[in-house]
Design a binder for this molecule. Sequence first.
Ligand code: ZN
Length: 492
Amino acid sequence: MNSTTTQAPAATLKTVIGLEVHAQVLTRSKMYCSCSADYANAEPNTHVCMVCLGLPGALPVMNQQAIETVIRTGLALNCEIPDYCKMDRKNYVYPDLPKGYQISQYDLPLCINGSLEITVDGVTRTAGITRVHIEEDTGRLVHDIAANEGLSLVDLNRSGVPLMEIVGEPDLTTPEEAREYLVALRRILRAIGASTGNMEEGAFRCDANISVRAEDGSFIGPKVEIKNMNSFRAVERALKYEEIRQREAVANGEELFQETRGWVDAQGITVSQRSKEAAHDYRYFPEPDLPPLHISRELVTSIADTVGELPVDRERRFAAELGLSGSDAALLNTERGIADFFEEAIAGNTSNGYPQQVANWLLNDVMGFARTRGMAADEFPINSGQLRELVNLVVGKQLTGTAAKTVLAELAVDESPSAAAERLNLLAMDDNGAVLDAAREAMAAQPAAVADFRSGKQAAIGRLMGETMKRTGGRANADDVRAALLSLLNEE
Ligand SMILES: [Zn+2]
C-alpha cells in the first residue's frame, strides 16, 4: 500500500494544492457530430445520433469551432500553442460511456505552459497552468426517476459535448488561493465566450489535489485527490477540511494514503473512495479515426485577435483611467456584461468623478433593484441610455437622489427618465419661493424644533429639514432647504 507514516517533521509544514477543471466548451454542436450541444431543457436521449451513441461504424468529425475556442482559452491563459497535436482514446467501462472510450488528448495537448493571475488579500501572484486539452463529455446516469424499481437510466444528450480540461500546476498554497483561482479562471472563460462556467448545471467542474510537505523537504506527504465539490465554496471548505486532516495526521504520526476522497457537503467532511491501486489504467492510444492536427501560426494569430481585453486588464483600466475605486472596478468586472453596460452608460465621458457616479448608481441602485426582481447579475431593469440620463439629471441637480430612486423604480420600458420625472412630478424645485414656502410650513408644524434651534441646539435643524423635504415630496435639494431654513430661523 502506497502510504507514508512519519514522525512529525521538525520543519514547518506547507500545503500544496493543484486544481483540475473540466469546462464545457460553448459551441452550437457536439464535438464529433452535428447534434445540438444545447441540451439543457431537452427530453432525455433526444440530442443523439449514431456518433454520440457510439454505434459501430460511426465516424467522428472534428468540430472546428471547439478547437478554436480551446486555443482562444489557451491564449487567454498565456499558453503556448504547439504546431502539432493529436487525439487519443482513453479507455474505460462505465454505463454513461457508450463507446467504451472517450476521445481525449494524452501526451500532445492543444495548449501548454500557461499562467493565471490571482489576487488574495490584495496580494497578486501567478499560478501555473500545465495544459489545456480537449475531450468529450460523457452521458449522465439518472437515478431518481426509476429509483423505486431499483433502476438507473442513461441520458446520452450530454454524450460528446466538447469539454476542455484545464490542468493547473500544484502552485496553490491555501484553500483561499484555490477559490480565487477558480473565480479568476471562470471570469476569463465567460469573458471570452469559451464556456458558460455554470457550476450548478455541471458546465464547470473541479477536482483538487492536495498534500502537505515540510518546508525543508524532509517530509513529503502523499497526494490526495478530492472530488464531488459542486460550488466554489465547497472547494474551499473541502480543501480546508483536508488540509487540517492531513496536518493533524502528520502531527500525530498517523498514516496518510495516496487516495481519492469524496466531499460530503452536508457533513462537511471528505471520505475515502478508493486508493491509488484501484485507480484506472486508461490504456491510452492514438485515435485512429481522427487525423492529428497541424495548428498553423496564421490560425493562432487570427484567434489571438479575438481574445479581446481580459477582465483583469479591464479592471486595471477602470481604476487607472476612469478613476474608479479598486473594489468597484473589480465588481464591475465580475461579468463582461456588467462592464459592457457600464462603458455604454458613461459613453466615453471620463470627466472627473463622472464614471464613479455612474458606477455608484449601477452597482448600488440599478443592480440592487435588479436583484429584488430576481434578475441575473448581467440582466438590467433599464438600458444603459436610461442610466446615463438618470445620472445626468442628478449631476445637473434636476433630480434629487431620493427622487431619482423613485424614477428608477417607476420607469417604464424605454421611457426617458426626464419624461418619467415629469410624469411623476419629481423634477427638482428650482423655485426658491416654493422651497421657502415649504420651509415656513415646516417651521409652523414643528414649533418645538424651532425653539430648540433658537435656544442654541443647532442639531434641531435636522428635524426641520426632514419636515421640509417631506413637504416638497423629496424634490428639493438638501442645500437649498438648509439655506431657506437658516434664512428664516435667523430672521427674528
Ligand atoms: Zn450526435
